[in-house]
Design a protein around this ligand. Sequence first.
Ligand code: NAD
Length: 437
Amino acid sequence: MQLAIIGTGYVGLVTGTCFAETGNNVMCIDIDENKVNKLKQGKTPIYEPGLEVLLERNIKENRLQFTTDINTGISGAKVIFLALPTPPGKDGSADLQYVLDVAAALSKIITTYTVIVNKSTVPVGTAEKVHAVLSQHLDPSLFDVVSNPEFLREGVAVEDFLKPDRIVIGTESEKAKKVMDELYQPYIRQGNPIYFMDPRSSEMTKYAANSYLAMRISFMNEMANLCERAGANVDWVRIGMGSDSRIGKRFLFPGIGYGGSCFPKDVKALAFTAQEMDYDYAIINTVMQVNDRQKLILGQKVRNYFGSDLSTFKFALWGLAFKPETDDIRDAPALDLINELLAAGASVTVFDPEAMENVKQIFGNKIQYAESQYAALTDAHALIVVTEWSEFRNPDFDRIATALVHPCIFDGRNVYSLEKMNELGFYYESIGRKTIH
Ligand code: NAD
């Protein structure tokens, strides 16, 4: 099938590449010329495991192409995917301008029947809005608008796309349903379902899923804070509750707040939708408050230990990305922590395997960037673990203790065992567990 993907970011690039992988001809369109030039050479502008191999292969087979020109880009496409940004506006609502502007442009260039798919995360009612914009210049018989939210996780995006738990498609059109069913068949060979539903339910499903996961994280963060006060260990509590099959083990790890490009903005957007509909979605408002508080918790622990004036202290941060296996730092808790430390006068040296370049663009020379995880430690008064990359899980603790001024670790992800920290003589604070000193 001839496909066009408009927006070639984390979602669009993975979508386009994975559709090409099953034999479709895919044209990816983006307004960012640098990005498109890089992609034409088979280089991915983002770090996403497994993506580059597929990209190179499909470019070589002429199934995957890139352009900045929407006119030639959509030519012959049976399906056009919109994988455009939907950032939060000032009031928390999802900003639909990117999506609606592209819909307006499409309304003037589509000439034969095309399925327009919203892959961006968009609020309830957006399919109708896109339909209205397209209808201004286009006969409704020439298109259908479909909602098809994306559930991939950065870091395992390729695997998630190729083997999704489920595919959700919102459409009332039998014609569009048939096209989407044909397109997705290769991805559900293991028997996972495609759920066809109305567009409003489909749009809401994405917000429900992300907000529920954010709520689980906030619930456990609160539980961790309570465990600290009650002398309980949140790790045991997590294991004890998560082994109940009604609850499940995943998404119960406490930490320093959820971040990334999706959870914060999607929870906000759901709260806004509720407000618009005059509904007090109390639990969602609390999830946001809890997360704002949790993002500050590690900085507070550091200040409680070293004092509120940190101007004579240096800290080494391991991990900047909002989670491991990505270079994405959008709304990453590391950014709040760095700001907090800098505001208290501290000097900060950071290391992350993939996210350093992105952080440089925000902090420039306000902080130092280390060549390696160990180089970051030299003369630091404490190591602060922010993102649980695998290489931080079992480090050389002797090297850490020697490089640091004090053997002192603040761990925002509970990656080290209390017994080990005790045995090695570290001062060690984590989340929801007792302090070792
Ligand atoms: P992104 O910022 O990485 O990518 C968006 C791309 O769109 C950019 O490359 C940008 O240059 C391009 N763009 C902007 N305006 C354009 C235009 N007029 N024409 C062509 N290209 C244009 O964003 P993303 O992370 O891929 O997210 C896209 C959507 O998917 C959002 O709604 C997001 O909420 C949703 N989503 C994201 C994820 C994720 O993990 N990142 C997962 C599921 C859903």
